[in-house]
Ligand binder design. Structure first.
Ligand code: ARG
Ligand code: ZN
Length: 850
């Protein structure tokens, strides 16, 4: 029975209500006496009135804390406490606040604040986890210097900053850089380190460590290399030097997110740092390299310059994603990275921006900030910075960034500050550009062409559909990169940036000998949906822009699949011929050719159909995809073995761009071959595999053709003691199966003894795979919806953050037919009716239902 009075509507926080905290903090001293069920945290904080803040009562955040005692200037006080924090009468001048609380890390299953993972103590404080550690003004604009003493029986006791001393059962850390509480971290456990060293540009020696559980030492070398490469890159490209004596990374098995940039003590989901060729795929290696870089880059974009409030989250996240993207492009292949990014953007950000969860890159209100660590804030936030750089140019961008670091070092800044830096350093008025931060929704840009007397005219029209709370949108500044190709395929006009600022605008190119073919939005210069009636087969054959060449093929793939779905048409032979030409071109990077072979996802096709006013039928999408794959396998049966041969790697395994590109092409070819030989070659690949990339792709092929059982059993025996590899085992058998088999497997796997559902990686392995299997999740029986819902309801009591995040599987529900919508609605209402539903999940589900 639901008690209406127990579930009060959560409070909504608004950007417009921002008010500075009434006090400043001179320093913070914390002492932790670690114990699984009764950790004591003693805090000593010097507060002084903040002259720039409005009058207010003294309020400290604090949740799930047992207050033992509190003192002001040595006198005992009895503050008023409630579920959100405490209020207390305080002196009008500076004072010393002392407080002791007790917490139980062992029973903290939300993995926020201080908790335990595999016997080890660790913390996650972003965004608002520090308030579960002690009473504190837990907001990013309150910055302080922390000194931390940790007492506990464990051999390794870590916190932020530099080590000041340690002895038997204690360690003391001091972080000289003022920081907000969300960057606080503490770790205690039986850990071993993989050491490293770095000499900074000014000659300082930094001690580096990756701390892991005994047994994982062999999986740290790659992460250490990536860290060193990141430190070097940030010096070379952004002039940013590291600023402490030590940099520590710790791997933790139970973690809600990928990783966290705590000052000098980054904490990582073990899946985002541990790597070895036998247990990690090429994709894992690349992701680990990028995340290590991302967290390291936060030291400047996030830590030295932090956010005034959580509405400004994109200030650090958009910029840091942009920076880690530049890093990956520099280290690996820039076109491949761009294509990968756009695939992710279209798969994750576009659906968010076009559905009920749409919100601006800088949101204006929230109930639970953890729900806003989204593809929009991160990925679109990075796209917005990319557009800004395109508009002002590379040199001006560098100058603006220098000014940003100079002007705002030590600040808790805002998007206004960020934009102002660009305005001041370039003299440009960015008022209109700022709409990218305040308006939600993916812009649609329609391109039309005219040709007359040697003059070619492109007319661009922009339109952004309404989104929750935003009925009408003003035009954006959209940088559209355009190049023109002549009839023989030569480039007659190099890439230029057209600045679309009006709802409709024309751009003319004069003095052309013949009507050109326009390559528009090259490099995906703006995150928009483009509609352009253009000869895509011509662009596939000739475009000099690698992104648009790939995207021309994607466009043809979509048209082909849509025709197959809606009219039962045969696969488009012209497209397949054009593609074959590209695949045979050995001057092209194998990684790029492998991307050329990938088809748009089912979910993307569903969105394209919905955009055209056609209700997507998941079964029909699945069937068309399957038919196309078979047709390609047949058609290319001579080409595929040649590609596989060309892609062979004989040198010892290296997870670099070159080798992984070859393996990707080989895997793409092998996947098609498995559809011809019933899995014979895949079995041989599986049996002889000496790296996880190969082993896993062969296993996927076997499962897909219904020959996976023996291999799955063998894989299980081989890897049952490796949690990260077992996550792959759980996920792949769902992801690679046919829809009904995928549902059967998902149901069975939730009963498997190794389905440790309180571990977010394991939960996501199963339910992430299910939600991403479009035809299985949207099976007309509603089985997929019900299964996910059963488990979301179960997980919500333990871990609201992961539960809420997984609810986004339902965000696209309005695309589908009435039958499916009704099935989903029942499940969403079932979640809403749960007793003590978390604030996180309640906010997500009500937004999805709205
Ligand atoms: N700042 C971290 C990162 O981007 C992510 C922290 C996520 N925290 C959260 N509560 N959602 O690297
Ligand atoms: Zn980040």
């Amino acid at each position: 029975m639901k008690d209406a009075s127990a579930q009060t509507t959560p409070e909504t926080i608004y950007l417009k209500d921002y008010k500075a905290f009434g006090w400043q903090i001179e320093d913070v001293h914390l002492t932790f006496k670690l114990s699984p069920d009764a950790t004591r945290v003693v805090s000593k904080i010097h507060f002084a009135p903040n002259p720039d803040a409005p009058e207010q009562e003294f309020f400290l955040h604090g949740e799930e804390l047992n207050l033992i005692r509190a003192r002001i200037d040595g006198e005992a006080v009895t503050p008023e406490t409630d579920a959100r924090g405490l209020r207390c009468k305080v002196p009008s001048g500076p004072f010393l606040w002392e407080c002791e609380v007790e917490i139980a890390p062992e029973s903290n299953t939300a993995l926020e604040g201080l908790y335990m993972s595999g016997g080890m103590y660790c913390t996650q404080c972003e965004a608002e986890g520090f308030r579960k550690i002690t009473y504190y003004p837990d907001r990013p604009d309150v910055m302080a210097v922390f000194t931390v003493r940790v007492e506990g029986e464990m051999p390794v006791l870590l916190s932020n900053g530099n080590l000041k001393g340690k002895g038997d059962g204690w360690a003391e850390w001091h972080d000289p850089w003022p920081k907000p509480a969300y960057l606080f971290a503490l770790v205690g456990g039986e850990l071993v380190n993989h050491p490293g060293a770095f000499k900074t540009m000014s000659g300082k020696d930094i001690e580096l460590n990756i701390w892991v559980r005994p047994g994982d030492e062999g999986k740290c070398a790659f992460g250490m290399e990536a860290l060193i490469a990141s430190m070097k890159w940030d010096e070379e490209v952004y002039g940013r030097e590291y600023d402490l004596d030590t940099f520590n990374i710790v791997a933790v098995d139970d973690f809600n997110m990928g990783a966290m940039e705590n000052k000098g003590l980054n904490i990582f989901n073990s899946s985002c740092v541990l790597a070895s060729p036998e247990t990690s795929t090429d994709g894992n290696f690349e992701r680990i390299e990028a995340i290590i870089a991302h967290e390291y880059f936060h030291n400047w974009t996030g830590n030295r310059i932090t956010c005034r409030d959580w509405f400004q989250l994109c200030l650090k996240e958009g910029l840091t994603v942009f920076r880690d993207g530049q890093f990956t492009s520099d280290l690996r292949s820039a076109p491949v990275k761009r294509i990968d990014d756009v695939i992710t953007l279209r798969a994750r950000q576009f659906p968010e921006d076009q559905g009920p969860l749409a919100h601006p890159v800088r949101p204006e209100s929230f109930q639970e900030i953890n729900n806003f660590y989204t593809a929009t804030v991160y990925e679109k936030g990075a796209e917005v910075i990319g557009m800004l750089k395109t508009l002002v140019g590379d040199e001006a961008y560098s100058k603006a960034l220098d000014l940003y670091f100079e002007r705002h070092d030590g600040d808790a800044a805002t998007i206004e500050d960020w934009i102002k830096v660009f305005e001041d350093s370039t003299g440009r008025d960015l008022t209109q550009f700022k709409r990218w931060y305040s308006q939600a929704g993916t812009p649609f840009v329609e391109v039309s062409e005219a040709w007359e007397d040697g003059t070619f005219t492109l007319t661009l029209k922009q339109h952004t559909p309404p989104s929750p709370g935003q009925e009408s949108k003003a035009p954006y500044v959209i940088p559209i990169a355009v190049g023109l190709l002549g009839p023989n395929g030569d480039e007659v006009l190099e890439t230029q940036i057209l600045e679309l600022t009006e709802a409709e605008q024309s751009f003319s190119f004069e003095g052309l000998a013949a009507r050109p073919v326009a390559s528009v939005n090259r490099g995906f210069s703006a995150p928009v949906v483009l509609s352009h009636d253009v000869d895509r087969a011509f662009l596939l054959a000739h475009d000099t822009d690698p992104f648009n060449r790939w995207d021309a093929s994607q466009g043809l793939a979509k048209e082909c699949l849509l025709a197959m779905i809606t009219t039962g048409a045969e696969p488009d032979a012209i497209w397949l011929d054009g593609l074959e030409h590209v695949l045979r071109d050995q001057t092209l990077d194998p990684a790029y050719r492998s991307l050329m072979l990938d088809l748009p996802s089912a979910s993307e096709l569903a969105q394209v159909l919905a955009d055209q006013g056609v209700t997507p039928d998941p079964e029909a999408i699945w069937a068309a995809g399957d038919r196309l794959v078979k047709a390609r396998a047949e058609r290319w049966k001579d080409l595929l073995p040649e590609l596989a041969k060309e892609a062979e790697v004989t040198a010892p395994y290296k997870p670099d761009a070159e080798q992984s590109g070859k393996r990707a092409l080989g895997a793409s070819a092998a996947t098609l071959i498995s559809r011809l030989d019933g899995g014979k070659a895949a079995q041989a690949r599986f049996d002889s595999a000496d790296n996880m990339t190969l082993q896993l792709s062969a296993l996927g092929n076997l499962i897909r053709v219904g020959q996976g059982d023996a291999a799955l059993a063998k894989f299980y025996e081989q890897w049952k003691d490796d949690r990260l590899v077992m996550d792959k085992w759980f996920g792949l058998q769902i992801g690679a199966s046919e829809p009904e088999a995928a549902l059967d497997r998902a149901e069975a796997l939730t009963q498997h003894p190794d389905f440790d559902w309180t571990n977010p990686n394991r939960f996501r392995a199963v339910f992430g795979a299910l939600a991403m299997h479009h035809a299985a999740f949207h099976h007309k029986s509603g089985r997929g919806y019900a299964l996910l819902t059963d488990w979301l309801i179960k997980l919500d009591d333990k871990n609201p953050q992961t539960t809420a995040r997984m609810c986004s599987a339902f965000q696209t529900w309005k695309r589908y037919d009435a039958g499916r919508q009704a099935l989903i609605q029942v499940q969403l209402e079932r979640i809403m009716a749960k007793d003590n539903l978390s604030r996180d999940t309640s906010e997500m589900v009500s937004r999805i239902l709205a």
